[in-house]
Ligand binder design. Sequence first.
Ligand SMILES: [Zn+2]
Length: 506
Amino acid sequence: MKQFLFLLLHLISQPLIQSQTALSYEQARQAVLTAEEELMTGGHTYLSTQEAKVDDIFMEYKLGELSQGFRNAEQNAAALHFFKAKPLIDRSGVFRFLQKMPKGAVLHLHNTASVSSKWVVQDISYMPGMLRCTTATGRSVLSFRRTPKEHQCQSQYVRVADERQNSVDRQVYDQNFERLINLYTPVPELEYPTITHVWDRFQDMFDVIGDALAYLPAFRAYHWQMLEELYNDNVMYAEIRTSCKKLYDASGRTFPRERTIRELYALNEKFTKLHPDFLGMKIIFAVYRGYEVDQLKETIEEFKQIHEIFPQFVVGFDLVGQEDKGKPLYTLLPALRDLPPTARLFLHGGETNWFGASTDINLLDALLLNTTRIGHGYALAKHPILMNAVKTRHIAVEVSPISNQVLHLVWDMRNHPGSQYLALDVPVVICNDDPGFWNAKGLSYDFYYAIMSLAPNNAGLRVLKTLVWNSVRYSTLTEEEQTRAFKILELSWTRFMEKVLQGSVF
Ligand SMILES: [Zn+2]
């Protein structure tokens, strides 16, 4: 294969007319196209006769939607901002297919932004006792307790139930309430003209809802719903990043962090018992990247204790928050080196457009620190040596297309570097990051962009299947768990193929 590639490279590096080659123009042309197709993700994925038939059906829909988009750019969901594309995607045949397709695992998802905002309004905000107050900057804080110091509240606390009762129209109240935890706007280009506008609001939303979700009954209901939404979207397993906030109850009691993990563990047990084809979740302990080294060291001590108690459940460590504004990994090295050897790293890296800035170099430090996967890795394509290392060391890049778009790294998703990762067969897993904060649900919307915008026009089931299988392969499931996961996946995949062929998907 390599020799063949060299020959091809040699051929196309000189004008064909001058080359003394046996290949005709047509042959050379076809050879290059085939070679590129074989090089890319899914290039060597085998499709059965049944799968090949499904691929034909899928491609009919995909090419149909692409050519419609080509004729009418305003309706080209693959190139539009998610807020504008969502109504089109919801009506798309490709999307219907992706929703019902078993998607394997989601490996990059932050718990407090994981659930659809509609559900949060309908459920959490109707829980008795919810309070709201306002900070000096005008941001709302939702909670079930009055602790002024932590909330930085300047206003009085008001009961959400009272506010809703006294509002002119409850529906309008709920719509406004939802805006507190959802970035959606029909005009993102006007509302978020810069990355700072959108990141400030995004970061704020974690503070709006964070304390409400640490209320024990809300915490339980919310995380159950998180698993429900993943399961209903045909995701079979999740690795969740969480800061493991301390929980409290109605009597005002606060529990240590270990309790937070115990709660998640219990929910996981209960959910997987109810749904034996769901493999549950594991936890990645995530800490704010703005911390000073000493603060980080303290938190790492807490992580160590929890990891020791739950080595198979709390599997690793990460740093979160806007990378451009946080501390570079290099600065935090003294703390990060304290992590126990059994804890794996799942570092966000290269979530930036600043080529050569200190945060861009986070990618290098993440690799030197032996990260198991890379969160986003958006800037990876600018670093050929690192990209090569990622490939040869089988480090998966957690690509979250909608997140990168909403958070201002790319507008037209066809310019997303994920295209290059797929073209070069860099290990990629498709993730959703914070779907609840931008009107998405589950993983299917990100898969839509992956196959419609990141992958080439003629890519179908082979790419999709590879991405799905990647998600299990690059997870931290143990060997035994992985064997079971692949068995379940094979079964549900075959069932899905049958359904498509029976005509019950489209
Ligand atoms: Zn993230």
